[in-house]
Design a protein around this ligand. Structure first.
Ligand SMILES: *Cc1c(COP(=O)(O)O)cnc(C)c1O
Length: 413
Protein backbone atom coordinates (compact mmCIF):
# COMPACT_ATOMS: atom_id res chain seq x y z
CA UNK A 1 0.00 0.00 0.00
CA UNK A 2 3.09 2.25 -0.13
CA UNK A 3 2.39 5.10 -2.47
CA UNK A 4 6.01 6.13 -2.50
CA UNK A 5 5.55 8.26 -5.58
CA UNK A 6 3.20 10.84 -4.06
CA UNK A 7 4.68 14.20 -3.15
CA UNK A 8 3.91 15.94 0.10
CA UNK A 9 1.68 18.43 -1.71
CA UNK A 10 -0.24 15.62 -3.39
CA UNK A 11 -0.77 13.86 -0.08
CA UNK A 12 -2.18 17.06 1.44
CA UNK A 13 -4.40 17.69 -1.55
CA UNK A 14 -5.80 14.17 -1.47
CA UNK A 15 -6.45 14.44 2.26
CA UNK A 16 -8.24 17.79 1.89
CA UNK A 17 -10.40 16.35 -0.89
CA UNK A 18 -11.46 13.52 1.41
CA UNK A 19 -12.28 15.94 4.21
CA UNK A 20 -14.42 17.93 1.85
CA UNK A 21 -16.27 14.83 0.65
CA UNK A 22 -16.78 13.74 4.25
CA UNK A 23 -18.14 17.15 5.28
CA UNK A 24 -20.53 17.09 2.35
CA UNK A 25 -21.82 13.63 3.25
CA UNK A 26 -22.18 14.49 6.93
CA UNK A 27 -24.09 17.77 6.48
CA UNK A 28 -27.46 16.31 7.35
CA UNK A 29 -26.20 14.53 10.48
CA UNK A 30 -24.40 17.62 11.70
CA UNK A 31 -27.43 19.84 11.23
CA UNK A 32 -29.75 17.31 12.87
CA UNK A 33 -27.50 17.13 15.93
CA UNK A 34 -27.28 20.90 16.23
CA UNK A 35 -31.05 21.13 15.84
CA UNK A 36 -31.66 18.52 18.53
CA UNK A 37 -29.45 20.40 21.00
CA UNK A 38 -30.86 23.84 20.26
CA UNK A 39 -34.46 22.64 20.63
CA UNK A 40 -33.63 21.00 23.95
CA UNK A 41 -32.19 24.27 25.29
CA UNK A 42 -35.45 25.98 24.35
CA UNK A 43 -37.74 23.22 25.61
CA UNK A 44 -35.88 23.07 28.94
CA UNK A 45 -36.21 26.87 29.22
CA UNK A 46 -32.54 27.41 29.89
CA UNK A 47 -31.90 30.98 31.02
CA UNK A 48 -29.25 32.99 32.88
CA UNK A 49 -30.57 31.70 36.21
CA UNK A 50 -29.75 28.16 35.06
CA UNK A 51 -26.05 29.02 35.35
CA UNK A 52 -26.21 30.32 38.92
CA UNK A 53 -24.81 27.18 40.54
CA UNK A 54 -24.87 26.35 44.21
CA UNK A 55 -22.67 25.55 47.17
CA UNK A 56 -22.74 23.30 50.20
CA UNK A 57 -25.26 20.49 49.81
CA UNK A 58 -26.63 22.01 46.66
CA UNK A 59 -30.28 21.41 47.60
CA UNK A 60 -32.73 22.76 45.06
CA UNK A 61 -30.09 23.64 42.47
CA UNK A 62 -32.51 24.26 39.63
CA UNK A 63 -29.78 24.76 37.02
CA UNK A 64 -28.22 21.41 37.84
CA UNK A 65 -31.59 19.67 37.54
CA UNK A 66 -32.28 21.44 34.24
CA UNK A 67 -28.93 20.19 32.92
CA UNK A 68 -30.06 16.63 33.68
CA UNK A 69 -33.27 17.28 31.74
CA UNK A 70 -31.33 18.78 28.85
CA UNK A 71 -29.13 15.70 28.48
CA UNK A 72 -32.16 13.45 28.86
CA UNK A 73 -34.00 15.18 26.02
CA UNK A 74 -31.01 15.26 23.66
CA UNK A 75 -30.02 11.64 24.25
CA UNK A 76 -33.59 10.32 24.36
CA UNK A 77 -33.74 9.25 28.01
CA UNK A 78 -36.33 9.70 30.76
CA UNK A 79 -33.77 11.12 33.16
CA UNK A 80 -30.06 11.78 33.51
CA UNK A 81 -27.40 12.35 36.11
CA UNK A 82 -24.86 14.86 34.78
CA UNK A 83 -22.25 15.72 37.37
CA UNK A 84 -18.87 17.39 37.49
CA UNK A 85 -18.17 15.22 40.56
CA UNK A 86 -17.74 12.16 38.37
CA UNK A 87 -13.95 11.92 38.16
CA UNK A 88 -13.68 10.31 34.73
CA UNK A 89 -15.42 8.01 32.30
CA UNK A 90 -14.13 5.00 34.21
CA UNK A 91 -15.49 6.35 37.49
CA UNK A 92 -18.88 7.03 35.93
CA UNK A 93 -19.02 3.52 34.45
CA UNK A 94 -17.89 2.01 37.73
CA UNK A 95 -20.60 3.86 39.67
CA UNK A 96 -23.20 2.86 37.07
CA UNK A 97 -22.25 -0.82 37.08
CA UNK A 98 -22.13 -1.06 40.86
CA UNK A 99 -25.38 0.89 41.14
CA UNK A 100 -27.17 -1.55 38.85
CA UNK A 101 -25.61 -4.80 40.07
CA UNK A 102 -25.58 -6.59 43.40
CA UNK A 103 -23.90 -9.84 44.55
CA UNK A 104 -24.86 -12.96 42.55
CA UNK A 105 -26.10 -10.95 39.56
CA UNK A 106 -24.87 -11.81 36.09
CA UNK A 107 -22.97 -9.33 33.93
CA UNK A 108 -22.09 -10.00 30.31
CA UNK A 109 -19.84 -7.88 28.12
CA UNK A 110 -21.41 -8.46 24.72
CA UNK A 111 -18.71 -6.71 22.68
CA UNK A 112 -15.64 -8.62 23.85
CA UNK A 113 -13.23 -7.33 26.48
CA UNK A 114 -14.31 -3.86 27.61
CA UNK A 115 -12.12 -0.75 27.71
CA UNK A 116 -8.78 -1.29 29.53
CA UNK A 117 -9.65 0.49 32.78
CA UNK A 118 -12.97 -1.35 33.09
CA UNK A 119 -11.20 -4.69 33.17
CA UNK A 120 -9.96 -3.82 36.65
CA UNK A 121 -13.33 -2.44 37.71
CA UNK A 122 -14.86 -5.78 36.76
CA UNK A 123 -11.85 -7.62 38.12
CA UNK A 124 -11.00 -10.06 35.37
CA UNK A 125 -7.32 -9.44 36.01
CA UNK A 126 -7.01 -8.16 39.52
CA UNK A 127 -7.71 -9.24 43.05
CA UNK A 128 -8.94 -5.82 44.13
CA UNK A 129 -11.49 -6.62 46.86
CA UNK A 130 -13.76 -3.88 45.50
CA UNK A 131 -13.94 -5.27 41.97
CA UNK A 132 -17.29 -6.58 40.77
CA UNK A 133 -16.01 -10.15 40.61
CA UNK A 134 -14.72 -10.11 44.21
CA UNK A 135 -18.10 -8.74 45.12
CA UNK A 136 -19.74 -11.92 43.83
CA UNK A 137 -20.85 -10.81 40.38
CA UNK A 138 -20.82 -13.53 37.77
CA UNK A 139 -19.04 -12.17 34.68
CA UNK A 140 -18.68 -13.37 31.11
CA UNK A 141 -17.40 -11.91 27.84
CA UNK A 142 -18.79 -12.73 24.44
CA UNK A 143 -16.38 -12.37 21.53
CA UNK A 144 -17.12 -9.32 19.39
CA UNK A 145 -15.89 -11.11 16.28
CA UNK A 146 -18.63 -13.77 16.41
CA UNK A 147 -21.70 -13.36 14.23
CA UNK A 148 -24.68 -11.85 16.00
CA UNK A 149 -26.42 -15.23 15.77
CA UNK A 150 -23.53 -17.01 17.52
CA UNK A 151 -23.22 -14.27 20.12
CA UNK A 152 -26.89 -14.59 20.98
CA UNK A 153 -26.53 -18.38 21.29
CA UNK A 154 -23.89 -17.80 23.98
CA UNK A 155 -26.00 -15.30 25.91
CA UNK A 156 -27.74 -16.82 28.93
CA UNK A 157 -31.36 -15.73 29.08
CA UNK A 158 -31.06 -15.06 32.83
CA UNK A 159 -28.35 -12.40 32.41
CA UNK A 160 -29.04 -9.27 34.49
CA UNK A 161 -26.89 -6.64 32.82
CA UNK A 162 -25.52 -6.57 29.28
CA UNK A 163 -22.68 -4.15 28.59
CA UNK A 164 -22.08 -2.91 25.05
CA UNK A 165 -19.20 -0.66 24.06
CA UNK A 166 -19.83 1.63 21.10
CA UNK A 167 -16.31 2.90 20.50
CA UNK A 168 -13.13 0.94 19.85
CA UNK A 169 -11.36 2.25 22.94
CA UNK A 170 -7.72 1.10 22.89
CA UNK A 171 -8.42 -1.87 20.65
CA UNK A 172 -8.07 -2.26 16.93
CA UNK A 173 -11.61 -3.47 16.69
CA UNK A 174 -14.09 -1.51 14.62
CA UNK A 175 -16.43 0.76 16.53
CA UNK A 176 -20.10 -0.11 16.22
CA UNK A 177 -22.36 1.74 13.83
CA UNK A 178 -25.72 2.71 15.24
CA UNK A 179 -27.20 0.18 12.83
CA UNK A 180 -25.13 -2.68 14.29
CA UNK A 181 -25.78 -1.43 17.80
CA UNK A 182 -29.53 -1.38 17.12
CA UNK A 183 -29.46 -4.96 15.80
CA UNK A 184 -27.50 -6.14 18.84
CA UNK A 185 -29.85 -4.42 21.24
CA UNK A 186 -32.96 -5.95 19.62
CA UNK A 187 -31.41 -9.43 19.61
CA UNK A 188 -30.37 -9.17 23.27
CA UNK A 189 -33.82 -7.90 24.19
CA UNK A 190 -35.48 -10.88 22.51
CA UNK A 191 -33.21 -13.47 24.15
CA UNK A 192 -33.10 -11.87 27.61
CA UNK A 193 -36.13 -9.59 27.94
CA UNK A 194 -35.55 -8.73 31.61
CA UNK A 195 -31.87 -7.79 31.19
CA UNK A 196 -30.76 -4.19 31.52
CA UNK A 197 -28.80 -3.02 28.48
CA UNK A 198 -26.05 -0.50 29.24
CA UNK A 199 -24.03 1.17 26.48
CA UNK A 200 -20.60 2.65 27.14
CA UNK A 201 -21.12 5.69 24.92
CA UNK A 202 -17.63 7.23 25.33
CA UNK A 203 -16.44 8.87 22.07
CA UNK A 204 -19.74 8.11 20.34
CA UNK A 205 -21.90 11.14 21.20
CA UNK A 206 -23.02 13.28 18.25
CA UNK A 207 -21.03 11.30 15.68
CA UNK A 208 -24.15 9.84 14.13
CA UNK A 209 -27.73 11.03 14.15
CA UNK A 210 -29.04 8.54 16.68
CA UNK A 211 -27.85 7.78 20.17
CA UNK A 212 -28.07 4.31 21.79
CA UNK A 213 -31.20 5.04 23.88
CA UNK A 214 -33.10 5.76 20.66
CA UNK A 215 -32.05 2.28 19.52
CA UNK A 216 -33.53 0.61 22.57
CA UNK A 217 -30.71 0.68 25.15
CA UNK A 218 -31.80 1.24 28.76
CA UNK A 219 -28.94 3.37 29.97
CA UNK A 220 -25.88 5.11 28.51
CA UNK A 221 -22.73 6.35 30.19
CA UNK A 222 -20.07 8.80 29.03
CA UNK A 223 -17.38 11.29 29.99
CA UNK A 224 -17.70 15.08 29.89
CA UNK A 225 -14.08 15.60 28.94
CA UNK A 226 -14.80 13.71 25.74
CA UNK A 227 -17.47 14.54 23.12
CA UNK A 228 -20.39 15.98 25.15
CA UNK A 229 -18.23 18.43 27.09
CA UNK A 230 -17.49 20.33 23.89
CA UNK A 231 -13.97 21.12 25.07
CA UNK A 232 -15.26 23.41 27.81
CA UNK A 233 -16.33 21.06 30.59
CA UNK A 234 -13.48 20.82 33.07
CA UNK A 235 -14.48 17.44 34.53
CA UNK A 236 -17.39 15.09 34.90
CA UNK A 237 -19.49 12.32 33.52
CA UNK A 238 -23.10 11.49 32.78
CA UNK A 239 -25.54 8.63 32.86
CA UNK A 240 -28.82 8.88 31.00
CA UNK A 241 -31.75 6.56 30.37
CA UNK A 242 -34.60 4.91 32.23
CA UNK A 243 -35.68 6.85 35.31
CA UNK A 244 -35.58 3.89 37.71
CA UNK A 245 -32.05 3.02 36.60
CA UNK A 246 -30.79 6.60 36.89
CA UNK A 247 -32.24 6.60 40.40
CA UNK A 248 -30.37 3.42 41.37
CA UNK A 249 -27.11 4.80 40.02
CA UNK A 250 -27.73 8.10 41.85
CA UNK A 251 -27.98 6.20 45.13
CA UNK A 252 -24.55 4.74 44.50
CA UNK A 253 -23.19 8.09 43.26
CA UNK A 254 -24.14 9.97 46.42
CA UNK A 255 -25.75 7.80 49.09
CA UNK A 256 -28.92 5.74 49.44
CA UNK A 257 -31.74 8.08 50.37
CA UNK A 258 -29.95 11.12 48.95
CA UNK A 259 -29.72 10.28 45.25
CA UNK A 260 -29.82 13.22 42.89
CA UNK A 261 -30.94 15.81 45.44
CA UNK A 262 -27.50 16.73 46.74
CA UNK A 263 -24.36 17.85 44.93
CA UNK A 264 -23.35 21.45 44.48
CA UNK A 265 -21.97 22.67 41.18
CA UNK A 266 -20.23 26.04 41.19
CA UNK A 267 -21.84 28.50 38.79
CA UNK A 268 -18.71 29.02 36.70
CA UNK A 269 -18.57 25.28 36.11
CA UNK A 270 -22.25 24.85 35.43
CA UNK A 271 -22.21 27.43 32.64
CA UNK A 272 -19.28 25.62 31.01
CA UNK A 273 -21.17 22.34 31.12
CA UNK A 274 -24.09 24.02 29.33
CA UNK A 275 -21.97 25.89 26.83
CA UNK A 276 -19.78 22.87 26.15
CA UNK A 277 -22.83 20.71 25.48
CA UNK A 278 -24.16 23.39 23.13
CA UNK A 279 -20.87 23.39 21.20
CA UNK A 280 -20.39 19.61 21.30
CA UNK A 281 -22.00 18.79 17.92
CA UNK A 282 -19.67 21.31 16.25
CA UNK A 283 -16.53 20.16 18.08
CA UNK A 284 -17.25 16.54 17.24
CA UNK A 285 -17.51 17.55 13.56
CA UNK A 286 -14.14 19.32 13.70
CA UNK A 287 -12.51 16.33 15.39
CA UNK A 288 -13.97 14.00 12.74
CA UNK A 289 -12.59 16.14 9.91
CA UNK A 290 -9.16 15.99 11.53
CA UNK A 291 -9.44 12.22 11.79
CA UNK A 292 -10.34 11.86 8.11
CA UNK A 293 -7.42 14.10 7.14
CA UNK A 294 -4.98 12.09 9.24
CA UNK A 295 -6.32 8.75 8.00
CA UNK A 296 -5.87 9.78 4.36
CA UNK A 297 -2.38 11.13 4.96
CA UNK A 298 -1.12 8.13 6.93
CA UNK A 299 -2.65 5.66 4.50
CA UNK A 300 -0.92 7.40 1.63
CA UNK A 301 2.33 7.05 3.55
CA UNK A 302 1.76 3.29 3.72
CA UNK A 303 0.57 2.86 7.29
CA UNK A 304 -2.34 0.71 8.44
CA UNK A 305 -5.21 3.01 9.46
CA UNK A 306 -8.57 2.26 11.02
CA UNK A 307 -11.09 3.50 10.07
CA UNK A 308 -10.00 4.24 6.50
CA UNK A 309 -10.42 7.79 5.19
CA UNK A 310 -13.63 6.92 3.38
CA UNK A 311 -15.13 4.54 5.95
CA UNK A 312 -18.26 5.39 7.92
CA UNK A 313 -17.28 6.91 11.25
CA UNK A 314 -19.08 5.98 14.43
CA UNK A 315 -16.69 7.47 16.98
CA UNK A 316 -14.03 10.19 17.07
CA UNK A 317 -11.07 7.80 17.35
CA UNK A 318 -8.51 7.28 14.60
CA UNK A 319 -6.12 4.36 14.96
CA UNK A 320 -2.80 4.08 13.12
CA UNK A 321 -0.51 1.08 13.48
CA UNK A 322 3.25 1.53 13.19
CA UNK A 323 4.59 -1.98 13.95
CA UNK A 324 7.47 -0.14 15.61
CA UNK A 325 7.55 1.30 19.14
CA UNK A 326 9.94 4.12 18.21
CA UNK A 327 7.68 5.35 15.40
CA UNK A 328 4.73 5.39 17.81
CA UNK A 329 6.71 7.40 20.37
CA UNK A 330 7.92 9.85 17.74
CA UNK A 331 4.38 10.41 16.40
CA UNK A 332 3.02 11.15 19.87
CA UNK A 333 5.88 13.53 20.61
CA UNK A 334 5.21 15.47 17.40
CA UNK A 335 1.54 15.91 18.34
CA UNK A 336 2.60 17.19 21.76
CA UNK A 337 5.09 19.62 20.22
CA UNK A 338 2.28 21.06 18.09
CA UNK A 339 -0.20 21.58 20.92
CA UNK A 340 -1.09 24.92 22.52
CA UNK A 341 -0.25 23.88 26.09
CA UNK A 342 2.94 22.14 27.31
CA UNK A 343 4.31 22.12 23.77
CA UNK A 344 7.84 22.17 25.18
CA UNK A 345 7.29 18.92 27.11
CA UNK A 346 8.38 15.57 25.68
CA UNK A 347 5.98 12.76 26.57
CA UNK A 348 7.49 9.39 27.47
CA UNK A 349 5.86 5.99 28.04
CA UNK A 350 4.72 5.47 31.67
CA UNK A 351 2.69 2.98 33.69
CA UNK A 352 -0.61 4.88 33.72
CA UNK A 353 -3.00 3.77 36.53
CA UNK A 354 -5.64 1.38 35.28
CA UNK A 355 -3.73 0.27 32.18
CA UNK A 356 -1.89 -3.04 31.74
CA UNK A 357 0.90 -1.88 29.44
CA UNK A 358 2.92 1.32 29.54
CA UNK A 359 1.11 4.14 27.79
CA UNK A 360 2.44 7.19 25.98
CA UNK A 361 0.13 10.13 25.68
CA UNK A 362 0.22 13.55 24.03
CA UNK A 363 -2.19 15.84 25.80
CA UNK A 364 -1.18 19.45 25.29
CA UNK A 365 -4.66 20.44 26.35
CA UNK A 366 -6.34 23.24 28.30
CA UNK A 367 -8.33 20.74 30.34
CA UNK A 368 -5.69 18.27 31.51
CA UNK A 369 -6.00 15.01 29.62
CA UNK A 370 -9.24 15.99 27.87
CA UNK A 371 -9.63 13.91 24.76
CA UNK A 372 -12.13 16.34 23.26
CA UNK A 373 -8.98 18.33 22.47
CA UNK A 374 -6.35 16.96 20.09
CA UNK A 375 -4.65 14.07 21.86
CA UNK A 376 -2.78 10.96 20.83
CA UNK A 377 -2.08 7.96 22.94
CA UNK A 378 -1.16 4.36 22.68
CA UNK A 379 -0.15 1.42 24.82
CA UNK A 380 3.37 0.13 24.15
CA UNK A 381 2.28 -3.23 22.78
CA UNK A 382 2.34 -4.74 19.29
CA UNK A 383 1.22 -3.67 16.72
CA UNK A 384 2.15 -0.29 18.27
CA UNK A 385 -1.04 1.48 17.47
CA UNK A 386 -1.62 5.13 18.25
CA UNK A 387 -5.14 6.36 18.93
CA UNK A 388 -5.73 9.96 17.93
CA UNK A 389 -8.85 11.85 18.87
CA UNK A 390 -10.33 15.25 19.46
CA UNK A 391 -9.47 18.70 18.27
CA UNK A 392 -11.52 21.83 18.72
CA UNK A 393 -10.74 23.24 15.30
CA UNK A 394 -9.87 21.33 12.14
CA UNK A 395 -7.25 23.87 11.10
CA UNK A 396 -5.34 23.41 14.36
CA UNK A 397 -5.43 19.66 13.80
CA UNK A 398 -4.20 20.10 10.25
CA UNK A 399 -1.25 22.20 11.42
CA UNK A 400 -0.15 19.43 13.79
CA UNK A 401 -0.70 16.71 11.23
CA UNK A 402 1.27 18.51 8.55
CA UNK A 403 4.21 18.57 10.96
CA UNK A 404 3.92 14.80 11.22
CA UNK A 405 3.96 14.58 7.44
CA UNK A 406 7.09 16.76 7.26
CA UNK A 407 8.88 14.64 9.78
CA UNK A 408 7.99 11.35 8.13
CA UNK A 409 9.07 12.69 4.75
CA UNK A 410 12.45 13.72 6.08
CA UNK A 411 12.92 10.27 7.61
CA UNK A 412 12.19 8.59 4.29
CA UNK A 413 14.94 10.37 2.48
C1 LIG B 1 -12.31 6.83 27.50
C2 LIG B 1 -13.14 5.63 27.63
C3 LIG B 1 -13.48 5.10 28.87
C4 LIG B 1 -12.93 5.63 30.17
O1 LIG B 1 -12.92 6.98 30.32
P1 LIG B 1 -11.78 7.71 31.17
O2 LIG B 1 -12.30 9.09 31.27
O3 LIG B 1 -10.53 7.61 30.38
O4 LIG B 1 -11.69 7.03 32.47
C5 LIG B 1 -14.31 4.01 28.89
N1 LIG B 1 -14.76 3.45 27.76
C6 LIG B 1 -14.44 3.93 26.54
C7 LIG B 1 -14.99 3.27 25.33
C8 LIG B 1 -13.62 5.03 26.44
O5 LIG B 1 -13.31 5.50 25.24
Amino acid sequence: MTKGTLSKEEIIERALAKVSLFTQKRKKTSLANHDKVLRAFQDCRIDQASFAGSSGYGYGDHGRDQLDQLFAQVFGGEDALVRSQFLSGTHTLSVALSGLLSPAKRLVSFTGPPYDTLRQVIGSQGQDPHSLISWGIDYEEIDLALSLEDKIKKLRPDVDLVLLQRSRGYDIRPSLTTKELGQMISAVRTKAPQATILVDNCYGEFVEEKEPLELGADIIVGSLIKNPGGGLATSGGYVCGRKDLVEKISSRFSAPGIGKEVGAVEGSQLRLLYQGFYLAPHMVGEALKGAVYLASMMEDLGYQVSPGPEDTRTDTVQAISFDDPQALVSFVQTIQANSPVDAYAKPLPWPMPGYEDQVIMAAGTFVAGATSELTADGPLRAPYTVFVQGGLSFDYNKLAMDQILDKLFIQRR
